[in-house]
Design a protein around this ligand. Structure first.
Ligand code: ATP
Ligand code: MG
Ligand code: MG
Length: 376
C-alpha cells in the first residue's frame, strides 16, 4: 500500500491513521512532541513543523502528503509540493490561514458571512463599529483557535484597548458584526481529487468557554435547513476547489438565515460523531478524497451526541466505563469512548471524546447529564 505523510501528529492525525491503516495505507507523521497521539499508531518523525530537513525526510518517505492543522508554514508547503504529492495543494491553506482571505473566498462562492471589515487602526475600528452596531467581535486575522485572539466589544469605550491588545505584534485584524445566533451548526464536506463532493449531516454545536462541548446529530432544526446547510458546504468545497475535507462552521439566526463563521481544511472536532454514527467516518472520507478513491456513503446510521473529554473529565470518565452502566441500559444509550493517548491531562485540554449513540438525541443528552461528569 501507499504511504501517507501527515504534517502534524495530534488526535486528528491519529484517527486519520487508524482509519487509513484499516484500508491498507501506511502513515508517517511529522510532529515535535515525542510519542505524539499519531506517533503511537503510526511512524513519526520527531521535529519542528517548520524544520526543512524533516519535511524533506517526510517527502522521501510518503507517496501522498496531507496535514491535520491549517497553519502550515508556506515555505514548507511549497517545498513538499516540489518533492512529493500534495493533492490538497497550497491554495486552500493560503486562503484558510487568513480570516479576510477566507471570507472573500466564501463570498466569491456565493455564500454569506457575517458583515465584516478589515481594520488597520483604532479609527477604522471605530468607524466599522459605527456601521455594524454593538456588540462586535474583533479577531486576529491569523493564528486564532478556541476563541484565542478575539475580543467581544460591548461598549465604545473598549475600542481603543481592544485594538491595542490584539494588534500588539502588528497582527492584522478583522471586525465582525455580532450575530445573535439561535444555533451554531457545522457541516463537513469532502471533495476528492476527481471532483466528487459529498457532505456529512449537519451537526448542532454547543461551545463552553469557546471550546466545543457537544455536537448533536441530527441537529434540532427542520430538515429543509439541514439540507440548506449541506448545500452551502458543498458550494464552498466546489468554489474553493478544495481537496480532502473542509469543515464549515455556521451561525443560524432566529429568522432562519445561515451565515458562515469560519472554515477548517481538515477533519474537525464536530465531525468526530461520524466515527460510529455514519456509514463512513470523516477520517476514512478524507483518506478516500486525497487518495482519489470514490467517496463513501455519509448517511447517518443513528442519532448521536458527541461530548468532548477535556483534561478534567478523564478520571470520572474512566471510572464510569469501568463499571456496569445502569443509566445507559435504561436509556438505551451506547457511549463509545475514544481517548487520544495524550500524556498530560491538563485542564481544558482535549483528551478524547465520547460518541453517545441512542434512539434519540434526547436520550443521548440524558445519559450525558446523568453521568454528572460534564457540569456546565
Ligand atoms: P475554533 O476553535 O473553532 O477554531 P476560533 O478561535 O477560530 O475557534 P471562532 O470560531 O471564530 O474562533 O469563534 C469562536 C466562537 O465565538 C464561535 O463558535 C461563536 O460561538 C463565537 N463567535 C465568533 N464570531 C462571532 C460573531 N461574529 N457573532 C457571534 N458569535 C461569534
Ligand atoms: Mg478557528
Ligand atoms: Mg470556530
Amino acid at each position: 500500500g501507499a504511504t501517507v505523510g501527515i504534517l502534524g501528529g495530534g488526535q486528528l492525525g491519529r484517527m486519520m491513521a487508524n482509519a487509513g491503516s484499516a484500508m491498507g495505507y501506511r502513515f508517517v507523521a511529522l510532529d515535535p512532541t515525542p510519542d505524539a497521539p499519531c506517533g503511537q499508531v503510526a511512524r513519526q518523525i520527531v521535529a519542528a513543523y517548520d524544520d526543512r530537513e524533516a519535511a524533506k525526510e517526510l517527502a522521501r518517505r510518503a507517496d501522498v502528503i496531507t496535514y491535520e492543522f491549517e497553519n502550515v508554514d508556506a515555505g514548507v508547503a511549497a517545498m513538499l509540493m516540489e518533492q512529493s504529492y500534495v493533492p490538497q495543494g497550497s491554495e486552500l491553506l493560503y486562503t484558510t490561514q487568513h480570516r479576510l482571505r477566507e471570507k472573500r473566498a466564501i463570498e466569491a462562492a456565493g455564500v454569506r458571512v457575517a458583515p465584516y471589515a478589515e481594520v488597520r487602526s483604532a479609527d477604522e475600528l471605530r468607524e466599522a463599529v459605527g456601521r455594524f452596531g454593538l456588540p462586535c467581535v474583533l479577531k486576529t486575522a491569523t493564528g486564532g483557535y478556541d476563541g484565542k485572539g478575539q475580543w467581544v466589544i460591548r461598549s465604545e469605550s473598549e475600542i481603543g484597548e481592544a485594538f491595542e491588545t490584539l494588534n500588539r505584534a502588528g497582527t492584522e485584524l478583522v471586525v465582525e458584526q455580532f450575530i445573535r445566533f439561535s444555533k451554531e451548526l457545522s457541516v463537513i464536506a469532502a471533495r476528492s481529487t476527481t471532483g466528487e463532493i459529498r457532505t456529512f449531516p449537519a451537526a448542532e454545536n454547543i461551545h463552553v468557554d469557546n471550546i466545543l462541548h457537544l455536537s448533536i446529530v441530527p441537529a434540532r432544526i427542520d430538515e429543509a435547513l439541514q439540507r440548506e446547510a449541506e448545500r452551502l458546504a458543498a458550494r464552498i468545497a466546489e468554489g474553493l476547489g478544495a481537496v480532502g475535507l473542509i469543515a464549515v462552521e455556521l451561525f443560524l439566526t432566529e429568522g432562519g438565515e445561515l451565515f458562515v463563521n469560519e472554515l477548517a481544511p481538515r477533519p474537525h472536532n464536530s465531525g468526530h460523531y461520524t466515527m460510529e454514527a455514519c456509514r463512513t467516518s470523516q477520517f476514512e472520507q478524507h483518506v478516500r478524497a486525497i487518495c482519489g478513491l470514490p467517496l463513501g456513503d455519509t448517511a447517518l446510521l443513528t442519532p448521536v451526541v458527541m461530548v468532548n473529554v477535556l483534561g478534567e473529565h478523564v478520571e470520572p470518565v474512566l471510572a464510569r466505563i469501568a463499571k456496569p452502566d445502569e443509566a445507559a441500559e435504561r436509556l438505551g444509550a451506547a457511549p463509545k469512548l475514544h481517548l487520544y493517548g495524550k500524556h498530560e491531562a491538563k485542564h481544558k485540554r482535549k483528551m478524547g471524546h465520547v460518541n453517545v449513540l441512542a434512539d434519540s438525541v434526547e436520550q443521548a443528552l440524558e445519559w450525558i447529564s446523568e453521568t454528572n461528569i460534564w457540569r456546565v
